[in-house]
Ligand binder design. Structure first.
Ligand code: F6R
Length: 611
């Protein structure tokens, strides 16, 4: 987690860094700080969000042509002023920001304590900085060399950026396992955890790779490996607009992102399928189609919301392709010595492309000889780069911490992949193939229609906002939708919610049902419809409050439920892309009604780059 920003060049560094930190707050927001160089090193840092840091710096001297900034998500040490970054070396000469975890920090700390070093924070970052300082002083080497030597002993993940008051025209940065992008301007360089703080100034960027060290001056960028060999930086041109990462008139990023879904799903499908001509073309799939269609098994690894998309994909792929699918939490897969056979294909699903557990799970799968196909939203992210092949979801930057538009884009892409494999394998007939293509094609317009229910969902939110618990139920393709709805409510409103397959209710959760329990039932018209109607009756018989997501015009459930939210009719295979959206809106409005900071809910971060 954590967001880092740095600047060196001809502008005032502080405004560039401050704006960048605000864009990166989705990566963590429990404390923040900056180190600026102007006739000596000035370090300002404090507990709380970036806006609090900004306020505390009004009237302070922030003049500087180079600086580093950090917004933190605590791993080692509670959120506090002293644990906030940047950290300062014992001699006061160096300041450093860090994103990641130094696993062997304890051992290094003991060595340094034995040498007389004192620590002013509980962080692993301060340990690494003082370790670098110690090497620099004792080995009488420059900062670049000291960093290189230190990193060879470090176990863990990091992006670090150092600033040195005795060498004000140089920043030193290095990466392993956490993201680092360098923007290249005229006589200036920008560093950040992702491209969002950079695109306002330049579209030319370099994604730094693991085990690379960058020496950055206003006019020059030198990349080296840890063996001190120069590497030619690979400069890419970004295709990202600033407007796409701002709120655009919505109160919150989350609401903006929910409302973007007609466009993001369209963007995901665009150019990849044609419902009239009847084809799906996806470069990463087409190139590897033999491997994919002959797979003995698919294993989908993911976390959180992406894991819910994977569960829906399991149902879709098994139905269409007749290939067994297993869905694994990346955090379990990486530690449990799973069986991966030759011929198994791993799908890794991730919005950020930086989730630490998913990254390591991919490494494990690759060590076992598996072919890894990444399904990722953030272009150039680590998962995109370590996968053998992949497809981007093209949902655009997702800033709200609770994932919304990335989820529906994941579903769109996974459905297209399943359809393509099924077509090539011959497990789907032409009629069904064409029907599902046309169903997919219609989704963006149907999403537009269902978003018109926003105001009525807001009213429902007011009605149910004081509940202490909620149960979410669904069957078949809509069971993972229920899990996702419950997760959204928990994250945004802090109301405890559980998702269950509706039929499992009788095996325990039904004991919770009484007149105070809202039960959200995802009951669109599908092959399970009659069964779920019975489940609703069982809840009503126990006086539970039923809020049902139904297909427009479903009179049966309208007659039974306390409240209904209608979504347009769709084939059950693509229906989750619709039925999820009212649950996103419900969670959003409950969160707002309860006064939560919905874009930055407590304890969470957008990019979980620690295990
Ligand atoms: C929930 C949410 C998280 C992420 C999870 C995986 O709203 O956003 O559960 O889905 O942390 O993140 P990615 O998809 O970036 O790997």
């Amino acid at each position: 987690m954590c967001g880092i920003v740095a600047y060196i060049g001809h502008r005032e560094a502080y405004p560039v860094i401050l704006k960048g930190l605000k864009r990166l707050e989705y990566r963590g927001y429990d404390s923040s700080g900056v180190a600026l160089l102007n006739e000596g090193l000035k370090v300002y840092k404090r507990k709380g969000k970036v806006a609090e840091l900004e306020e505390s710096l009004i009237g302070k001297d922030v003049h500087s042509a180079s600086g580093i900034g950090h917004t933190r998500w605590a791993t080692h040490g509670e959120p506090s002023d002293r644990n906030a970054h940047p950290h300062i070396s014992a001699n006061g000469r160096l300041a450093m920001i860090h994103n990641g975890i130094i696993e062997n920090y304890n051992q290094l700390k003991h060595e340094l304590i034995n040498k007389g070093y004192k620590f002013t924070s509980d962080t692993d970052t301060e340990v690494l900085l003082k370790f670098i300082e110690d090497i620099q002083v004792n080995n009488k080497v420059g900062l670049e060399e000291a960093v290189r030597i230190a990193l060879k002993r470090v176990v863990g993940a990091y992006v670090i950026v150092l600033i040195d008051q005795d060498n004000p025209d140089t920043l030193i940065a290095a990466r392993k396992g956490s993201p680092l992008v360098i923007g290249i301007g005229k006589g200036e360089h920008f560093l950040a955890s992702d491209a969002s703080p950079i695109i306002e100034y330049t579209k030319e960027v370099v994604y730094v790779n693991d085990y690379e060290l960058a020496i950055i001056k206003p006019e020059e960028l030198v990349l080296k490996n840890l063996g001190n060999e120069k590497i030619t930086p690979f400069i890419q041109k970004l295709d990202l607009e600033l407007a796409k990462i701002e709120k655009g008139g919505f109160d919150h990023f989350m609401l903006k992102e929910i409302f973007e879904q007609p466009q993001t799903i369209f963007d995901c499908l665009r150019g990849r399928m044609d419902a009239r001509e009847g084809y799906i073309r996806m470069a990463g799939v087409d190139k590897n189609i033999e491997q994919l269609k002959n797979a003995g098994r698919f294993i989908i690894i993911a976390c959180g919301t992406s894991w819910h998309a994977a569960l829906i994909a399991e149902y879709i792929i098994e139905e269409l392709c007749r290939i067994p699918v297993e869905v694994e939490y990346a955090s379990e897969f990486r530690y449990r010595n799973p069986i991966v056979n030759k011929g198994d294909v791993i799908f890794a699903v991730s919005q950020s492309g930086e989730t630490a557990d998913t990254l390591v799970a991919i490494e494990r799968a690759k060590e076992n000889g598996a072919f890894v196909f990444g399904i990722v939203n953030v272009v150039g992210s680590s998962i995109a780069r370590i996968s053998h092949a992949g497809a981007y979801t093209h949902a655009g930057p997702e800033i709200g911490v609770a994932s919304t538009k990335a989820f529906t884009a994941q579903l769109a892409i996974l459905t297209m992949i399943a359809l393509k494999i099924a077509k090539e394998k011959g497990t789907i007939d032409q009629k069904r193939f064409m029907h599902l293509l046309s169903e997919l094609h219609e989704i963006p317009d149907k999403v537009k229609t269902l978003l018109e229910s926003n105001d009525s969902i807001k009213k429902l939110a007011t009605k149910y906002k004081d509940a202490n618990n909620a149960l979410y139920l669904g069957r078949g393709y809509n069971f993972p939708v229920a899990l996702e709805g419950a997760l959204k409510l928990k994250e945004i409103s802090y109301i405890h919610a559980e998702g269950y397959p509706a039929a499992e209710m009788k095996h325990g959760p039904i004991a919770l049902v009484d007149e105070n329990l809202p039960v959200v039932i995802v009951a669109t018209k599908d092959s399970y419809h009659e069964k779920i109607v019975s489940n609703i009756q069982e809840i009503k018989a126990r006086k539970g409050k039923v809020i049902a997501v139904i297909t427009s015009g479903d009179k049966v459930i309208t007659g039974l439920a306390d409240d209904v939210i209608e979504v347009p009719e769709a084939d059950e295979l693509v229906a989750p892309m619709l039925s999820t959206i009212p649950l996103q809106l419900l969670a959003y409005h409950v969160g707002v009604a309860k006064g939560s900071d919905v874009d930055k809910p407590r304890n969470l971060a957008k990019s979980v780059t620690v295990e």
